[in-house]
Design a protein around this ligand. Structure first.
Ligand code: HAM
Length: 428
């Protein structure tokens, strides 16, 4: 006898989205798509694999993502490739490659899986979905305000606006950050005894990231560090103040967070995060900012770019916590067929119903079974109605319509009447 094989399981941190979960994803995705449409954003579909060099050059060599989280492998011809850890770099690469940045303005979005080899925990996965928005060719700050407004509208449509907070900061220009970096290194060097191991390492490589430390013991020393805001030049300061004035005018509340530095190196000027305290440690559901400098870094001409990405799993988790979040049933009508004539007639009638009522969600029982067992399946399917066809109904030229979740009575009727009744009752 063959030895029983061990079942193979999914990779740690990589999840299946099961059929019972997908209606919730669809509802959230449909809502997001409607909001993106209403702001004139267009979809771009990008490869999941890119050259490793792209991420090194854009996200930054000394970021957590590039240093330790990328899924990198050699292609069969020896090229180093990486499963995308985020979408900004690939989106910009595509737009540069296809000449979309030449004297043009673009408002784009993408959605798909991203890959980071992080320690998996609630809200943090190794494969996760991001919905990203990127705009090109606009210096802002009006477009900065626009993408924040767009995200704010998303939260309102999804019923979570009361559960999220907008945090805002400006990182200034590369030169301004460099001056600040020196001051920061001076400061931390004077407090070496208070730094944890991670921060000591970052002091040499990426000192701004120390400000982002989640270690509670580091809170005190971080609180006393110099403020980047004090090192911003006039243009960066004006940009930020104008954005703030726009948000004030539009009634978008925000919290200034001078310690918000982001984990990717390409940002300059505006950065923001939408955070919630309802999801535990992984509370950032959406994050982004301006990255004008990246365009030249990737070989383009001087231009402007700002965008954000939201984590779909985190967003879903937050949306599902709301009491009034409901999804439509996946089946409206379950068709029960018993007897060989009924089985044939049922298939024909089902096709007729789908032609006449294109929005109808009709599930036909396949594989036979008694009335009793098919009724059980109808009930389990969540359908509102059962259409029952036995050989008796076939010989009388009728079908029977049975409401499964209301007191309405079961009734026989010809197919023409069934079409009318279903179209009225289900508004389809
Ligand atoms: P990010 O902050 O690395 O930014 O990721 C954006 C969002 O993706 C996070 O706020 C979070 O909701 C979600 N996310 C990140 N890592 C994970 C994970 N391991 N598991 C689950 N969710 C996660 C970016 O990726 C930038 N590309 C955003 C951007 C677009 N900036 C400008 N344009």
């Amino acid at each position: 006898m063959a030895k029983k094989q061990q079942a193979i399981q999914a990779i740690r941190g990589m999840h299946d989205i099961l059929p019972e979960q997908s209606p919730r994803w669809h509802k959230v995705e449909t809502t997001i798509k409607a909001v993106l449409d209403s702001y004139g954003y267009r979809e771009i579909r990008l490869p999941i694999v890119e050259k490793t060099e792209l991420f090194k050059r854009s996200i930054g060599e000394v970021t957590d993502i590039v240093e330790k989280e990328m899924y990198t492998f050699d292609d069969r011809n020896g090229d180093s490739l990486t499963l995308r850890p985020e979408g900004t770099a690939g989106c910009l690469r595509a737009c540069l490659e296809h000449g979309l940045l030449h004297n043009q303005v673009h408002r784009l979005w993408y959605c798909g899986p991203m890959f980071r080899h992080e320690r998996p925990q609630k809200g943090r996965y190794r494969q996760f979905y991001q919905l990203g928005v990127e705009t090109y060719g606009m210096a802002g700050p009006d477009v900065d305000a626009e993408i924040i407004l767009l995200s704010d509208r998303l939260w309102r449509r999804l019923g979570i606006r009361g559960n999220v907070e907008l945090q805002l900061n400006s990182l200034g220009t590369i030169e301004e950050r460099a001056a600040y970096r020196d001051k920061l290194i001076d400061y931390f060097k004077r407090h070496l005894d208070l730094l944890d191991e991670d921060s000591l390492r970052r002091l040499e490589t990426n000192p701004l990231r120390i400000l982002d430390s989640k270690n509670p013991d580091m809170k005190g020393v971080i609180a006393g560090a110099p403020e980047l805001m004090d090192y911003l030049g006039e243009e960066s300061r004006n940009h930020f103040n104008e954005l703030r004035a726009m948000l004030d005018d539009l009634g978008i509340a925000y919290v200034l967070n001078s310690r918000l530095v982001r984990g990717l190196d390409y940002y300059g000027k505006t950065v923001f995060e939408w955070v919630t305290d309802e999801l535990g440690a992984q509370g950032t559901i959406c994050a982004g900012g301006r990255y004008d400098g990246l365009i030249e870094q990737l070989g383009g001409k001087k231009n402007f770019a700002i965008g954000f990405a939201l984590g779909m799993e985190r967003l879903l988790a937050l949306v599902e916590m709301q009491d009034d979040f409901q999804v439509e049933p996946t089946v409206d009508v379950f068709m029960i067929r018993v007897g060989s004539e009924a089985e044939k007639a049922g298939m024909r009638i089902a096709e007729q119903l789908r032609s006449e009522l294109p929005k109808l969600k009709l599930l036909v029982n396949c594989g036979g079974g008694s009335f009793k067992s098919q009724f059980k399946k109808a009930d389990k399917s969540g359908a509102e109605y059962a259409v029952i066809i036995g050989d008796d109904e076939v010989s009388q030229g009728v079908v029977s319509l049975k409401p499964l979740r209301s007191d309405r009575e079961q009734r026989n009727m010809p197919v023409s009447e069934l079409i009318q009744v279903l179209s009225e009752w289900l508004a389809c």
